[in-house]
Design a protein around this ligand. Sequence first.
Ligand code: KDG
Length: 350
Amino acid sequence: MFNKKLVSVVLVLVLLGGSLLYLTGDANAWWIFGDDKEEENKTYTIRAGIGLNDKSAQYKALEKWKQMVEKRSDGRIKMELYHSSQLGDDREMMEALQLGTQEVTCPSTAPIGEFVSEFKVFDLPFLFPNNETADYVLDSKIGQNLLKKLEDKGMIGLAYWENGFRHLTNSKRAVKTPADVKGLKARTMENPMHLAAWREMGANPTPMAFGELFSAMQQGVVDGQENPWGTIYLQNFYEVQDYVTNTGHVYSPFVLMISKKFYDKLPKDLQKMLKETAKEVKDYQRRINREMNAEYREKLKDKMNVTILSAEEKQPFKEAVQPVYDKYKDEIGADLVESVLQKVKEYQQK
Ligand code: KDG
C-alpha cells in the first residue's frame, strides 16, 4: 500500500517535471521546485577582450555596455574589459569562447569566416558602397540568420558593431593605381579572400595577428597594411607608415559575441538583458565610430601623405579584384552571395 503511494508520487513528480521542461523548453525550469533563490543571488564575471586599444570606438562602446549591464543586472554581472590583444588575437579569443575560458569578444568578420564559412560573404571586396547599405544588410534577416549560425560553433552572436571601411597604408610610395601596389608586402587579416584580393592587385600579402602588426611594420617585415582611419591614427600606425590611400576596398563589420558555454549557464532574464543591451549599444558604437573615422581621416593629413581617390579612380581597383567573387562564390554558398548582392541592390534602389 505504502509503496504504491510512493511510486505514484514519484511518477507524478517526474511527469510534472517532464511537462514543464517540454512546455518551457527551458533546462532551468526546475526553479519551480525551489532553487531560483540560489540563481538570483549568483554573480557572474564577464571578461571581454578586443585587439584595438582603449582609445577606439570599439572600446568606448564596450565601456558603455559594461555600465548598462552592471546596472541592469543589479550587480549580478561584473564586466572586466581587456584591450590591445591582452587576452589574445581575434582567432584565439574566439577559440577561448568555444572552450568557455573567456566570455566575450568582438572580432572582425574576416577571421570568423574560418569558423563559419558563410561569414566570408561580408568580406567580399567592394561589396558595400557605403555605411548605410552595410547597416541595411547586416540588420536584415540575412545578417541575423548568419549570427545564429555561430551557435553551432559554441558562440552566440549578439549584434553587429562596426570596424569600418579599410584603407591601405604603406611605407614605400603613394598608391594611386593598382600598379603602385605591385610587390608591396601587405599584412592582411587571417582570411583567404583578403589574401586573394591583394594578390589580384599584385601585392605580396601575408596574414598576421593584429597584435604583431605594429612591430612588423616597424621592422620592415611588412611594407603596409589596411585598416579604417580611426585605427590608423589611434594605433599610431602613421609613425611607421608614410602613405595612405582611401582604397575603401572592404567594409569590416564587428560581431559582438559571447561564449555559448557561459551564456547557457545564465538565468533567462540575464540572457535577455545581454542581448537587448548589446543591440542598444550597437547604434551608439556605429555612430561614434563614423564620427571618429571622419575626424581622424582629417587629422592624418598632418601626419601622412594622404591620397584621396575619386570614384572613377577606384574603378581599376574594383576591376582588379573581381575574380575573387568567382573564386569564392561556391565556398561561401552561391545562393547566399546572390541574396546579399540582391539586398545591396535593393537598398540602392530605395
Ligand atoms: O578588436 C578588433 C581587432 O582585434 C581586429 O579585428 C582589428 O581590423 C582589425 C585587424 O586588422 O586585425
